[in-house]
Structure formats: structure tokens, C-alpha cells
Design a protein around this ligand. Sequence first.
Ligand code: IDP
Length: 163
Amino acid sequence: GERAPCARSGGRQRTLAMIKPDAAASEEEIVALAHRHGLRVVARRRLNLSPAEVRLFYREHRARPFFPSLVSFMTSGPVVALVLEGEDAVPAWRELMGPTNSQTARAVARASIRAQYGTDGQRNAVHGSDSPCSAQREVSFFFGARSLVPIQLRLIFDRMVAM
Ligand code: IDP
């Protein structure tokens, strides 16, 4: 059996995608790109993050010099949180996002979302979970503890409820 569901890789996965304030107006185009790459939206929330929420979401970066600036960018307007599902959704969405810095993205991954919708190393249009474990934590951050139940158990659970 599997030890930790979040350690599973390959197959059908879910990931947490976030459209950042600089690209929230381009939500439809970005979602269309996700669809074209085999990722479907299973949950969506448009919300304004508080500084405390951004500090929590990005806590691993709290000691970095860019942290205060990142917090003000992420609270400058609405974000759109999306749960995307598909084959290898975690790496598939990261690939579609492109490199962290949008200027680098324009040099090496012109078709990526960050190349098309981002500006620089901070204003880079989108976020994506970096592993299945991060995805589980980040889905829970936006959508609550119920989202932590693994997909396959959710399917069994939903079928039982439907009986
Ligand atoms: P990722 O978003 O590609 O996973 P991380 O290193 O986890 O990249 O950084 C999180 C976010 O923090 C980035 O998406 C970007 O908005 C911001 N960031 C990362 N590095 C820098 C930097 O050197 N300057 C300014 N902002 C940065």
C-alpha cells in the first residue's frame, strides 16, 4: 500500500494553482491554457488575501529580503485560487507556468504563462504547488480540511453517499 498519499507521483493528481493579482484580469485566458494542457478546474475561489494570510502561505520565504515586497504585491488585488486535476497535475502546471522569473521565462519558455502574463521575478502571474505534499497543504489552505481527503478515497466516499 501507499505510505503517504501526498508522496504519490504520476497518474491523476490535483494541484493548487493561484492566479496572482497582476494576472487576475486574465483568468479566462489562463484557465483556457490549463484546459488545453489537460488540466480541469475542480474548485475555484476569487478572494483578497490579507497580509497575515500571505505571510502564512509563503512562510518558507519569511526570512528572504523580498518578503515584505511579496506581501504587498500579493495583497494589492484579488487572487484566484484553483484546484486543477489531471495527469501529473503538479509538474504539468509547473511546466505550463514556466520559470519563476518572467523575464527568464520570456527567454527560455516563450509559450509559458509567466512569459505571457508576468513582469519580473516577483510579479509573475501565477503560483503552483511544487510537490504533491505542498499541493495537499495549499489546497487545504484555500478550500478547507475536506480537500485533504485523497482523490481515490473521495471517489469511493462520493459513490457511497450516492447509494
Ligand atoms: P515559485 O513561485 O516559482 O515556486 P519561489 O521561489 O517559491 O518560486 O518564490 C515564491 C514567490 O516569491 C515567487 O513566485 C515570486 O513571486 C516571489 N519571489 C521569489 N524570488 C524572488 C526574488 O528574488 N525577488 C522578488 N520576488 C521573488
